[in-house]
Design a protein around this ligand. Structure first.
Ligand SMILES: NC(=O)c1ccc[n+]([C@@H]2O[C@H](COP(=O)([O-])OP(=O)(O)OC[C@H]3O[C@@H](n4cnc5c(N)ncnc54)[C@H](OP(=O)(O)O)[C@@H]3O)[C@@H](O)[C@H]2O)c1
Length: 264
């Protein structure tokens, strides 16, 4: 399918690994001029070079932490006028006992998963409105709709992001700007591997994949029968970034192999 975005300017904030990287690849394949951000420079630069070589795309790496004002300013300077804005972050670490979740942990979760994305959107929406076209996609989490006791640092703040999306998307749609969220379930990514130790700690397990994996699968029934791969999500995120998705407004698309059972 031709996504009809050749030549458009796209940001994938959080684009050096996982689902952000996979989405960046789909956008590059479709011919955009791409800006990818991340905090860790080396992996970011490697990703930019690999994507550029693979798709013949113009890819600019920008070291920027979306959760800080300084990081966001670095992105705004590098790319002042994107047509497409996709945003993600690393999965927050699982919390252990909910009674031990502190105000500082809540603040960190909110800064990273809610204020960061909102501030980036708030900066770019006026320009998109003026140019009468824009696409915004957040890769957030299905735990925004599917509360889990060990995902308190990920789900609740993202539920607020969905609330924001529901309002703001309907305000900006008249200007040709769409805002939607993709909500992943369980995916095998670099970020998921990095928090394995925290998962083990939260459940009092040995931090050994042979111990953690069976525990994880026993506690997370995925009807599809497997953990997702970043490429199971990226095509949907890229589609939402295209003109083909012009009538999709304020939606939250769960991609989880059927794990979250609900009608809506
Ligand atoms: N993987 C799962 O099973 C799963 C399940 C449910 C929801 N999710 C959600 O899906 C999203 C993507 O997860 P993933 O597993 O694909 O993560 P990942 O493999 O860690 O990739 C995250 C990307 O974002 C970058 N990043 C992280 N924090 C950032 C920040 N503050 N500012 C800028 N860039 C940042 C990372 O690079 P640096 O670390 O170098 O910054 C990396 O490029 C997350 O929001 C996560 O909560 C994931």
């Amino acid at each position: 399918m031709d996504l009809q975005i050749k030549g458009k300017k796209a940001i994938m904030a959080g684009g050096s690994a996982g689902m952000g990287r996979a989405t960046a690849e789909r956008l590059a394949e479709a011919g955009v001029e791409l800006y990818i951000t991340a905090r860790r420079e080396e992996r970011l630069k490697n990703a930019a070079q690999e994507i550029s070589e693979k798709y013949g795309a113009n890819v600019t790496p920008v070291v920027a932490d979306s959760s800080t004002e300084e990081g966001r300013q670095a992105l705004f300077k590098a790319c002042p006028d994107p047509d497409i804005l996709a945003i993600t972050i690393k999965p927050p670490a699982p919390n252990g006992d909910f009674l031990k979740v502190t105000p500082d942990m809540w603040r960190n979760s909110i800064e990273t998963t809610l204020i960061g994305p909102i501030e980036i959107m708030r900066h770019y929406i006026p320009g998109m409105k003026e140019r009468k076209w824009g696409r915004i996609v957040n890769i957030a989490t299905f735990s925004a709709k599917n509360p889990m006791i060990w995902r308190l640092m990920s789900g609740p703040a993202r539920s607020a992001l969905l609330n924001y999306t529901a309002s703001v998307s309907r305000e900006i749609a008249q200007h040709g700007v769409t805002l939607n969220n993709v909500l992943p379930g369980m995916f095998q990514t670099e970020g998921a591997s990095e928090i394995m130790k925290d998962y083990a700690e939260a459940f009092g397990l040995e931090p050994d994949p042979e111990v953690v994996r069976p525990h994880f699968l026993a506690n997370n029934h995925i009807p599809a029968g497997f953990i997702g791969d970043a490429d199971d999500l990226a095509p949907m995120a890229a589609f939402l970034c295209s003109p083909l998705a012009r009538f999709i407004v304020g939606q939250n698309i769960v991609i989880d192999g059927g794990q979250h059972a609900s009608i809506f």
